[in-house]
Design a protein around this ligand. Sequence first.
Ligand SMILES: Cc1cc2nc3c(=O)[nH]c(=O)nc-3n(C[C@H](O)[C@H](O)[C@H](O)COP(=O)(O)OP(=O)(O)OC[C@H]3O[C@@H](n4cnc5c(N)ncnc54)[C@H](O)[C@@H]3O)c2cc1C
Length: 322
Amino acid sequence: MSETSTAPEAREEADGGGSFDVVVVGAGPAGLNAALVSGRQRRRVLLIDSGRPRNAPSPEVHMLLGRDGVSPTALRAAARADLAAYATVEVRAGEVSDARALDAGFELVLADGRIERTRKLILATGQVDVPVEIPGLAERFGRGVFHCPFCHGFETRDRALAVVGSDPASVMLALYVADRFSHDVVLATHGSMPTDEQRALLAKADVALRDEEVTSISGEPGALTLEFAAGPALTRGAIFHRTRIRQHSALAARLGCVHLPDGCVRVDEFQRTSAPGVFAAGDMARLEALPDPLTFVVTAAADGARAAVWADQELFRADTGL
Ligand SMILES: Cc1cc2nc3c(=O)[nH]c(=O)nc-3n(C[C@H](O)[C@H](O)[C@H](O)COP(=O)(O)OP(=O)(O)OC[C@H]3O[C@@H](n4cnc5c(N)ncnc54)[C@H](O)[C@@H]3O)c2cc1C
């Protein structure tokens, strides 16, 4: 046995002092599921969360088996209630502000000044959406202005839609929603002009173009009005907008984890980062082979399970000498 390992009974009796087997940072679907899987193996777990999940503005979670349409708040509350059955799991509100590798394990500095130690670290800190700066857009994000046709497209079906953005991903998004959700789609490029090739594709798909700057977005979900620097206003049932995304936390960078060009933390099939003993799960991480991260609740939960299983296996092998 390693110096830091604990017998199962001792783990169950532990009061939170000393070192954890696993600290999970972030209690979105990735972190909650990682804590559940680890707790069920009687690991001493600290799940710590700063309370700013990515889908907070949204009233509903879709594409989740058995819970399609559940509110994100209710889903997280149910997952936390599940964790209460596991004596070795501590759930704490707080922020991990720094982390460093020790000879064995990690030391974490919390924003309240507390220091915690752990043998394995699972980062599940998520991503943050950065919408384009148009007055009225950010406050409607998640409620009438959506980033993802998989998450929200079905609810906007057969409505007049706008897509705001000019990069290739926005052009693709406009083609995408025109392909399956609406015959009335306008791409508002906010002052940019698509390439000739993109214009041809948009015309073929009957997607209309507005290339004036969008000066404001107002109204309620179902009737959102876009004002332009020139020309008439446009009222739409819903708007799609591909946000820029960035890491919610700098912890992975602090620990030296390799990041991919799109800012995601690189993980392998076991959710291992390039830093030994550090796993990453959910929106923040992806396999290099994927062109894009799959940023869904169900995939985040699956990542969390994978990270927890393989972190557990590393602990088990170290403790038994297998
Ligand atoms: C508007 C909107 C609607 C969406 N709708 C859907 C949908 O219908 N269906 C679907 O499948 N997906 C949907 N998504 C995507 C979904 O929200 C994400 O895929 C999912 O939340 C990712 O889970 P996660 O655990 O990786 O991160 P998150 O859920 O973002 O959780 C990360 C947590 O880590 C915490 N954290 C960050 N840094 C620290 C730190 N240093 N210390 C402590 N805690 C920290 C944060 O506060 C946060 O609570 C939606 C996204 C958005 C933006």
